[in-house]
Design a protein around this ligand. Structure first.
Ligand code: HEM
Length: 391
């Protein structure tokens, strides 16, 4: 007991003569290390043609929060909510606390924070705006879907992403608390991505696969696949849509499959992410290649083959995160599959339909949640998010 006490006193004394004493004497704290300085400086731009949180490389921490408007919500309530969020998000992304923030210190490290706001059909109806034809739940995929209400639907979506989990947590709390009299939280899906992969390897999901390799060129030639254009409702130009599907992984069953079967299921090597037909991670898979017996090298039911676009419009931007609630129960870990596209019915549904009909990956994955939101256009200087909905 005496030793323990001595130890504690010793530890305490150490603090008092170290940083604590320096602060007490009013000296400057030691300079923050590089990582902290970078995190402080890394504020993303809030204002612009598009919302933030779509084109940026996804940072390691995210929270997807769906909210439901209160039953008596009207047009005014929606406008009020979006006005509050516009100001709060702008401040949070700049590293300043919202006006009502009692701990603005928690906002001081923006850590590349982005907040992306989506709306469901009820919000559009209350605002009196034209509903995009695709703004509805995805069609059912009875072969694979085991959807739970607890992870599906919602009137509003916040996608909160940052390099720091504290920043994500604080932003989420401030933004949900700020509108608590207007909307209640329906579901929250926390996600993470591997921050330590090498350049060119987008992320490793919990099946160990390199995930997110083949993507459209949405900052160049394929921008029309991402942003709503002249053929969509005027209020949504420069906006997009997001599909959020919670897909559980049967990790115990995956462990029992041999490595060849696991690589065959996707059509890519587990270690490098390269196609089973050879090359590197960025080599295009040769879907026509055959082995000596005349069978396709990329299995006819491999995820890669089944997901591959059969027409140029069947493409979308995937921005997934892993999840794991830590309990170890079946499907308690998996993928928050997140896809952005101008029109999910035209671009994503044909692919999802093919995957539901046949995909080796279905042996180990089970969709338990699904939601679709219209992603508002960006707020230009002086504008409120979603302002054009009320025009
Ligand atoms: C490709 C994993 C669900 C669409 C891939 C790849 C992996 C993967 C490892 C290969 C590397 C890459 O290009 O990213 C998964 C897992 C899923 C899942 C673990 C579920 C837990 C989905 C869903 C869709 C989808 C639901 C669409 C509805 C695609 C597409 C590709 C792809 C379009 C690229 C195909 C190509 O090479 O052209 N996925 N995926 N995936 N996945 Fe998935």
């Amino acid at each position: 007991r005496a030793v323990l006490l001595t130890g504690l006193v010793g530890a305490g004394a150490g603090v008092a003569t170290g940083a604590g004493a320096a602060l007490a004497r009013g000296r400057e704290a030691p300079p923050a290390d590089d990582r902290l300085q970078r995190a402080r400086a890394s504020a993303r731009a809030f204002r612009g043609e598009h919302q933030a949180g779509i084109l940026e490389a996804p940072p390691p921490h995210a929270s997807f929060v769906a909210l439901d408007l209160r039953e008596d919500a009207d047009r005014d309530a929606v406008r009020r909510l979006l006005t509050v969020w516009t100001d709060d998000v702008e401040r949070l992304m700049a590293g300043r606390g919202p006006l009502t923030d009692l701990e603005p210190e928690l906002a001081a490290v923006p850590a590349s924070l982005t907040v992306t706001v989506g709306v469901g059909p009820r919000v559009v109806a209350l605002a009196g705006a034209e509903k995009p034809s695709w703004l509805a739940p995805l069609p059912a995929f009875p072969e694979i879907d085991r959807l739970e209400d607890a992870w599906s639907g919602g009137d509003l979506l916040l996608q909160v992403c940052a390099d720091s989990p504290t920043t994500v947590s604080h932003a989420q709390r401030r933004l949900t608390a700020a509108v608590a009299d207007l909307a209640t939280v329906r579901w929250v899906q926390r996600g993470f991505r591997e921050p330590f992969e090498g350049p060119g390897l987008p992320m490793r999901n919990l099946l160990g696969q390199v995930d997110g390799t083949v993507q459209p060129d949405v900052t160049g030639l394929d921008a029309g696949l991402l942003w709503v254009g002249d053929d969509g409702p005027a209020w949504l130009r420069g906006g997009s849509s997001v599909v959020v599907r919670r897909i559980g992984m049967r990790l115990d069953a995956w462990d029992r499959a041999d490595r060849l079967s696991r690589e065959n299921a996707i059509g890519r090597r587990l270690d490098t992410g390269a196609p089973v037909t050879g090359g590197r991670v960025d080599t295009a898979a040769d879907l026509e290649a055959k082995d000596e017996l005349g069978f396709h090298v990329v299995d006819d039911a491999a995820h890669l083959r089944r997901a591959h676009a059969t027409a140029p419009h069947e493409r979308f931007l995937r921005r997934p995160y892993s999840y794991d609630d830590g309990t170890g129960a079946e499907t308690r870990a998996g993928l928050v599959f997140v896809a952005f596209q101008a029109d999910p019915v035209r671009q994503l549904v044909p692919v999802q339909r093919r995957l539901a009909e046949l995909d080796l990956l279905n042996l180990w994955t089970v969709p338990v949640g699904s939601a679709v939101f219209a992603v508002l256009p960006g707020a230009r200087p002086g504008e409120v998010l979603g302002e054009a909905m009320f025009a």
